[in-house]
Design a protein around this ligand. Structure first.
Ligand code: ATP
Length: 901
């Protein structure tokens, strides 16, 4: 046998045995021949098109197997084959995929199973590419992707998207709409997370799979016939009952293996592929030192290829910054550029040293990857949202340099940017993976310390802590160790108070500090113990105190009984003994009255301030004077009438904030401005980020939010410290004066009445950002509606009225225990705005048919609606008649989501 044939045979045998590509070295070992010679023969075989070759270290060869499905396709070198060659674990899935595509007459519907990040979406696209290359479908054929989890809480919408909808099928379906299944005619419909389809949706899908026809939602007669191959995917466990029906009824099941089941050679290929991808984007070679490459090969990567890719991107980005800002000669990834959890990979080197030495040249300390050499096949057509990432870093670097910032600081800023950029990958992770991911922000040692400290606290305090505290504590400890190391002084003004208030937690904090000192070789100042203690207290930091605590109301009027009788009316109508009265006989001296008022205010204040309702004269100055003397927030409304008093009292009972109640009477013209310093009104929406110091974590939260929130929103983010609750509360109140606070995002649980709270944990590893965006979008939506109302209303200000009506609606909701459907709220707001404008312009009320009967039936509801509308009536000096009240009442009740009234 000729030498060249022996080489070919040996290659085929080895390939059979190992089921992967084979290196020249391995062939030379079998033939006991010189490796250079074998290499030469392999190259000849390659040039003669008898074998395939994949560049890499080492170069791998494989034979062309003629008996495989591969031969069905005329052009043997298609994108699918390029992948199989280097990714042996995909060989069987790829054969299945080819069979599914080529199966006559129009392929087999397919279900792809696999953990998150194993490449299901990519695989579906690959099948589509293959179908085109194999000429099974037209080059222009559609590939439509739909994630069934996107609208999972609205199964009807999911079905409508997929199958289309007939006009009138459900409320809101006001015209016929074509579904994706129709749009994909002649091509492929990829349904990701298919197990999220409702049972009805599944049945519709199976009907199509079985018969080739389907009906739009709500259609009873007409069927639609299409030629679409369905590729479905799911991360669900194939054994789960959710998947039973799918696996029974979808003919081709393809399982993609997780990364941990792939060979190291295959993982090497993937690493090479991802680094070359980055190299291509930067337009330069990327160098990696040997240890970093080994770490990438060995680290635990539960989120599979997707995570491997993003970890490599993150490392490249850091190396790129280093190259740019330090004017390095080339882009080099070293251990310091790797995320902590990747670095840990190096620890497994002893288990796998031989295999690693074979893969990664022992003589090379640094390896070069260049996109021009063996350009990696373009195996995904998904556009990358990181495309301009390097440009953005470069630009920011330039800008920072120009502004004269020190190099070290520039590096810090950019690194924060990079890390926040990669935060988005955290959103999809499972809980245990999220914990690993936070290590991109915080050192792994810190995380281990947090775990140890929390175990200690749980045991000692016999209390369970949830995940939220884990993240908050990690960010906090990370920050304070840095400060201690830099020698920055830490000061806690309330140390002693905290020690007395929380003795057990204080002891745990002291023990925790011992652990920290030992681990990080620092000497933590005593004041820090004060901060740590607060993390262990079981209750969230409740800035307003008990939610039940309300703003106090004190009515002072001239006359023997004026105030008491007004207060009687208020308390009776509001249904609570909340307001207090002081009658001031005409003979009484103001100074005596002042002393009485001061005592009463001190008694009424529970920490949320007191609203002083007075008629006239010297009484209007009492508020300022009491504030000066006692520090209690007092706001005064003068020339008060009974309806105003009732309204103020109701708002206080509903738990409204003092500023808000005060503001709501502002335009009535009976306000004494009180002690509050006037800041220029901006009316801007703001978000508060907070942490104990107001520097580290809150600044970082700010930058994370800024990074993610679209610039289109006119929102300011303000970092504050919670060092001192009173100070924090005062700042919040100050901001409330002129701004709307959309949310507070903080490392510590803080409850401020009426303001949504998002923990740092939710922000970093949960749905916090989405929640925040929803809040922002909703607010911006109202701003837009207000602007457009401005053009439509003649007599009242459309921009101002929106918030007032929203308050009225939420008062009614809370008193009647209703929850108005979201989509109906805007309709009610518009109705009430136009109504107020009409009444203000002297228009007549519209008759409500059957008013008398309606009032009988909904007596209590009508009274509450009337009461809640008083503030609108007061403000606009109008009278909302019973007919109109009945309309409002009816709209509210009929749009109620809650079960019972
Ligand atoms: N075999 C592969 N070769 C190269 N890149 C791959 C491979 N498999 C996946 N990737 C890349 O990994 C990333 C994640 O893949 P993909 O989104 O397809 O995974 P998935 O299983 O659909 O994940 P999920 O279930 O989370 O949606 C993508 O950027 C994809 O291009």
């Amino acid at each position: 046998m000729k030498k060249i044939d022996q080489v070919y045979d040996a290659l085929v045998q080895l390939e059979k045995k190992f089921n992967r590509g084979i290196s020249a070295y391995e062939v030379s070992q079998v033939l006991k021949n010189d490796r250079a010679n074998v290499s030469r023969y392999l190259n000849i075989l390659y040039i003669e098109n008898k074998i395939l070759k994949a560049e890499g270290r080492p170069v791998l060869y494989s034979s062309l197997k003629k008996d495989e499905v591969i031969t069905v396709v005329q052009d043997t070198k298609n994108s699918v084959d390029e992948i199989t060659l280097r990714q042996q674990s995909l060989q069987i899935p790829i054969q299945q995929a080819k069979a599914a595509i080529l199966y006559p007459p129009r392929g087999l519907h397919t279900l792809i199973l696999g953990e998150t990040g194993v490449g299901k979406s990519m695989f579906a696209e690959l099948m589509y590419q293959f179908a085109i290359e194999a000429k099974v479908i037209d080059t222009e054929a559609p590939f439509i992707r739909f994630n069934c989890a996107d609208y999972a809480d609205n199964p009807q919408l999911v079905m409508a998207q997929v199958f289309g909808v007939k006009k009138g099928a459900y409320t809101g379906a006001d015209k016929d709409k074509e579904g994706l299944l129709k749009k994909a005619d002649g091509g492929i419909l990829f349904l990701d997370e298919v197990h999220r389809l409702s049972p009805q949706g599944q049945e519709m899908l199976f009907t199509y799979i079985d018969t080739g026809v389907f009906r739009s939602l709500g259609e009873t007669e007409k069927t639609i016939q299409v030629e679409v191959q369905i590729i479905a995917a799911t991360t669900e466990d194939p054994q789960s009952h959710l998947l039973n029906t799918f696996t029974r009824r979808i003919p081709m099941i393809i399982t993609l293996p997780p990364l941990r089941e792939k060979s190291l050679a295959e993982r090497y290929y993937l690493i090479e592929y991802f680094i070359k991808k980055e190299s291509k984007r930067i337009g330069k070679s990327v160098y990696v030192n040997r240890n970093s490459l080994i770490s990438l090969l060995l680290y635990d990567c539960p989120n599979n290829i997707g995570q491997l890719g993003s970890d490599i991107q993150l490392s490249c980005a850091k190396a790129f910054v280093n190259y740019k800002s330090n004017k390095e000669e080339y882009i080099l990834i070293t251990q310091s550029d790797l995320p902590q959890h990747v670095k840990k990979g190096m620890m497994r080197i002893n288990e796998l040293r031989d295999e690693i030495d074979q893969l990664v040249n022992t003589k090379c300390d640094i390896l070069r990857f260049n996109f021009r050499e063996d350009v990696a096949p373009n195996i995904t057509s998904k556009p990358s949202d990181n495309e301009d990432f390097y440009d953005a870093i470069e630009k920011k670097l330039e800008d920072l340099k120009k502004s004269g910032i020190e190099a070290e600081e520039i590096n810090q800023i950019i690194n924060i940017d990079i890390e926040s950029h990669f935060q988005k990958y955290l959103g999809n992770l499972h809980e245990d993976i999220r914990i690993q991911e936070i290590s991109k922000i915080v050192d792994v040692e810190v995380l281990e310390t947090v775990e140890e400290i929390l175990r200690l606290a749980q045991n000692k305090l016999e209390r369970k802590y949830d995940k939220k505290i884990y993240y908050g504590l990690a960010l906090h400890i990370h920050g304070f160790i840095e400060r201690v190391k830099k020698g920055v002084k830490i000061y806690h003004p309330k140390l002693n108070l905290i020690r007395v208030e929380y003795p057990d937690e204080f002891l745990v904090a002291m023990e925790s500090v011992k652990i920290i000192d030992k681990k990080f070789h620092v000497q933590t100042p005593l004041d820090e113990i004060g901060y740590l203690t607060l993390f262990f207290t079981s209750n969230p930091l409740d800035i307003d105190g008990d939610e039940k605590i309300k703003v106090g109301i004190l009515v002072i009027m001239h006359g023997n009984t004026t105030a008491s009788s007004m207060v009687d009316v208020c308390n009776t109508l509001v249904g609570a003994h909340h307001a207090a009265a002081l009658d001031m006989p005409l003979s009484m001296k103001p100074l005596d009255m002042y002393e009485l008022a001061k005592k009463q205010i001190v008694k009424l204040d529970r920490g949320r301030g007191v609203l002083l309702l007075v008629d006239m004269g010297s009484l209007t100055n009492f508020g300022d004077m009491v504030y000066e003397e006692t520090g209690i927030i007092v706001k005064t409304i003068d020339m008060v009438s009974t309806p105003i008093a009732v309204d103020a009292c109701r708002k206080a009972v509903l738990g409204r904030d003092i500023n808000e109640i005060y503001e709501s009477f502002k335009d009535i013209g009976c306000m004494n401005k009180g002690f509050v310093k006037k800041i220029k009104m901006t009316n801007k929406n703001i978000i508060i980020t907070a942490c104990f110091t107001g520097e580290g974590a809150s600044e970082r939260l700010k930058s994370i939010i800024e990074e993610k929130l679209s610039n289109n929103y006119n929102i300011e983010i303000i970092p504050l410290n919670i060092l001192n609750r009173k100070g924090f509360k005062a700042s919040i109140n100050q901001y409330k004066e002129n701004h709307k606070i959309l949310a507070i995002v903080s490392t510590v649980d803080i409850h401020v009445n009426d303001i949504p709270f998002i923990s740092a944990a939710e922000m970093i590893a949960g749905d916090g950002m989405k929640y925040l965006e929803d809040i922002v979008k909703e607010e911006e939506n109202y701003v837009k509606i207000g602007k457009s109302l401005k053009n439509h209303l003649k007599y009242i200000d459309g921009e101002k009225i929106i918030d007032e009506i929203r308050h009225t609606i939420s008062d009614i909701e809370s008193l009647l225990n209703l929850k108005i459907r979201d989509e109906a709220v805007i309709g009610i707001i518009l109705h009430v705005s136009f109504l107020l404008d009409k009444l203000k312009g002297g228009g007549k009320e519209t008759t409500f048919e059957g008013l008398i009967h309606y009032k009988d039936q909904f007596n209590r509801e009508m009274i509450i609606v009337k009461n809640c509308c008083i503030s609108l009536e007061n403000k606009y000096k109008i009278d909302i008649g019973e007919n109109e009240l009945a309309y409002i009442c009816n709209m509210m009740i009929s749009n109620n989501e809650n079960e019972a009234l």
